[in-house]
Design a protein around this ligand. Structure first.
Ligand SMILES: [Zn+2]
Length: 416
């Protein structure tokens, strides 16, 4: 696979619009989760080997050391790893004694080129740990009762635009990265003064979440000045030190997590070298993988799978562009029933349910899906809301251009 790049390492010539244009093909970086990075670099998998980091030669026992001097974390290079393997010391350095194909590439350090991917590192890694440890603390302090109180508080936070939640709480192990991102936004509020006393105080825990948010928001920037990077780095260090201090007593490995090490020491250097982490995310590719491979695979009957996958994707591509979209434009509105802000929808639903003359269940159902539908609409139509101060008007009926009438009031529900 790499052969063409090696053979044409000087230059590639393409004829474009009748002109010969010279291209230089280079491997820049690899988007990979930890296991994939270990494969590419031929380093040992798992946190328990002697030197688990595929980028530097830090000792396993120093993974949780958040104040190493830079000279004590020398990087792996093609040269020093070749030497290690020639000397028969591969095991000492947790690197497989094989020739790595990427050594042939000049202008590349394969050990640095596998960059920390934010989704696996943070959303599905360090934030998940933080949340799990928090649940452990709650359990120690107040048993399942307190854990339940925490879950209830999370659920009670009114929905707002950009917050899709939260029925899946309680099955924390099956959450996706986007679920964690939603939980990130509100955990601090659910934790605030939820318990008193204890060796690790509630205040310390809340401060950790505040530091996390500060760091996470910075990690999503599109551009960094050198000054920004310094602030970001100290936010990372600040959070990492507290994370270790607070959770070490609860961790069987004393927080000896490769992800913690890699985030602390390798995230900012990777940005300096390759640009913002937003561009360095496997998320886009994983979503593509999901909609173009995983889902069609599940729908196939597992026989002659490749053919079925190709057909499914072809079908998807053809139909999505050819699909007839019906635009139903509104022409005129009738009586206004209510005007609501988004914040008040939950309250409205509650009062409708309690009302002596209850509305049709479709009506309540419609209202309760309003926010998530609005979210999807804004997402898919790429519209940015100018402000979060949305205002909803509900009419009893709407006349459409095709002369149909949409009605919302009770007496029409359930009739064809
Ligand atoms: Zn390292």
């Amino acid at each position: 696979m790499l052969q063409p790049l090696l053979e044409k390492s000087e230059a590639l010539y393409f004829g474009i619009n009748g002109q010969v244009i010279t291209f230089a093909a280079r491997i820049s970086f690899f988007l990979a989760d930890m296991f994939e990075a270990d494969d590419i670099t031929a380093t040992y998998k798992g946190a328990r080997c002697k030197m688990p980091c595929h980028t530097c030669i830090v000792l396993q026992s120093d993974l949780n050391n958040m104040s190493l001097k830079l000279e004590n974390v020398p990087h792996r290079t093609h040269e020093n790893m070749k030497q290690v393997i020639n000397d028969g010391q591969g095991k000492e350095y947790s690197v497989h004694s094989v020739e790595n194909s990427f050594w042939k590439f000049l202008n590349l350090n394969i050990y640095e080129a596998c960059v920390p991917d934010r989704m696996h590192h943070i959303d599905l890694g360090l934030f998940k740990y933080q949340l799990e440890f928090t649940q452990d603390i709650l359990k120690v302090v107040g048993g399942t009762e307190l854990q339940k109180k925490f879950d209830d508080r999370l659920r009670q936070i009114p929905r707002f635009l950009g917050l899709k939640l939260l029925h899946k709480l309680g099955h924390l192990n099956v959450l996706a990265a986007s679920d964690y991102r939603n939980i990130m936004k509100i955990t601090l509020f659910a934790l605030d003064e939820i318990f008193e006393g204890n060796e690790i105080t509630c205040k310390e825990l809340c401060e950790l979440y505040a530091k996390f948010s500060k760091m996470y928001i910075m990690s999503r920037k599109e551009m960094y000045t050198e000054e920004d990077l310094k602030i970001f780095e100290s936010a990372i260090i600040d959070w990492c030190i507290d994370f270790k201090k607070i959770f070490s007593p609860l961790s069987t490995t004393d927080c000896n997590f490769p992800k913690l090490h890699s985030w602390r020491y390798h995230a900012v250097p990777a940005i300096r070298k390759y640009g913002a982490l937003n561009g360095l995310s496997t998320e886009t590719y994983e979503t593509l993988h999901k909609s173009y491979v995983k889902t069609p695979y599940r729908l196939s009957n597992r026989k002659n799978v490749m053919r079925q996958l190709v057909n499914a994707v072809k079908h998807k591509e053809l139909t999505s562009s050819a699909k007839k979209v019906i635009h139903r434009k509104a022409k005129g509105f009738e009586k206004v029933l209510w005007e609501l802000t988004l914040d008040n929808i939950d309250q409205k639903i509650k009062s409708l349910k309690k009302s002596e003359n209850p509305s049709h269940s479709n009506f309540i159902e419609g209202l309760s899906q309003l926010i998530s539908t609005l979210d999807t609409f804004l997402d898919t139509s790429s519209q940015e809301s100018e402000s979060d101060e949305f205002y909803i008007k509900i009419y009893d009926s709407v006349h459409l251009e095709d002369r149909h009438i949409l009605r919302t009031t009770g007496e029409f529900q359930g009739k064809e």
